[in-house]
Design a protein. Structure first.
Length: 277
């Protein structure tokens, strides 16, 4: 090989090394940028989840427990009175000063004995013995349960606590927290964001058309069972038909990368979607 050929060969090798080296650096930089973006998105979503948890759970569990331990509430249930001014005043104060949607007292049969609602329509005499928040609390377990009000038609989180007298469960105290503050938090996100129940139902979202629809396809039997439970009120629980696989979601021919962050309610989580294009 002539010296000129050797020179050309070396020059070509150097050019190729520079080309592939530069390509590798650019690829690595782009990959690192994408990875960093994913980390930032997940961290931001986790922060939103913590903000929601604080808004929902920072006060209500202790407040409903305190309500259930009020001696006036206990005496009211024991006496079988139909009305008590002290109890009515207490329920009114809790609803007004803690910005709750409603608060009420159930007897051992799940019948509302005293109540105060934000629309001032009495629910006294209503039977909520089938609601899980009553069933759990009457067994001695304080709980937080999400559902749509049968009368109000509004979404909310129901916090319940057993009312005891001489170590015996005699009723249940309930406080319903509306979702106004939660909805405001979700609307602040510029990306599609939704709070998903353990039934895969969109309970809150900044996408209004998604509300009270199933994130995934349900069988007719699953849908009928949920509707019969009355947990989600009058909603038909239509499906959004998302298809999920390995951090990629597809819907109506569009693909999205999605991120999740768990919420304290068992099986619940936040999900956020980011378009590829």
């Amino acid at each position: 090989m002539s010296s000129e050929s050797k020179f050309l060969f070396k020059t070509l090798v150097i050019i190729l090394l520079i080309f592939f080296g530069t390509s590798w650096i650019i690829h690595s930089k782009n990959s690192n940028t994408i990875d960093n973006d994913k980390i930032k998105i997940q961290r931001n979503l986790d922060l939103i989840a913590k903000k929601i948890e604080f808004q929902l759970f920072s006060k209500m569990p202790s407040l409903v427990a305190k309500l259930s331990n009020e001696s006036s509430i206990q005496q009211f249930l024991i006496s079988s009175s139909t009305q008590d001014i002290e109890v009515d005043t207490l329920l009114y104060s809790i609803r007004k000063y803690h910005y709750t949607e409603s608060c009420y007292i159930l007897d051992s049969n799940g019948i509302v004995k005293a109540s105060n609602t934000n629309d001032d329509i009495s629910i006294n005499g209503k039977n909520f013995s089938f609601r899980k928040y009553f069933i759990r609390a009457f067994k001695g377990e304080s709980s937080a349960w999400a559902a749509v009000g049968l009368r109000s038609k509004k979404r909310g989180i129901y916090f319940s606590s057993p009312i005891k007298f001489e170590q015996k469960n005699i009723g249940v105290a309930v406080i319903k927290l509306g979702l106004l503050e939660l909805d405001i938090i979700l609307r602040d996100s510029k990306y599609p964001l939704a709070l998903i129940t353990n039934d895969t139902i969109v309970f809150a979202s900044n996408q209004n058309k998604w509300l009270m629809k199933s994130l995934k396809t349900m069988t007719d039997l699953e849908r009928i069972k949920l509707m019969d439970s009355q947990k989600y009120g009058h909603y038909q629980l239509e499906t959004l038909d998302f298809i999920f696989s390995d951090k990629i979601a597809q819907r109506n021919g569009d693909s999205f990368r999605y991120y999740k962050s768990p919420i304290s309610l068992s099986g619940w989580y936040l999900i956020q979607f980011h378009s590829f294009f």
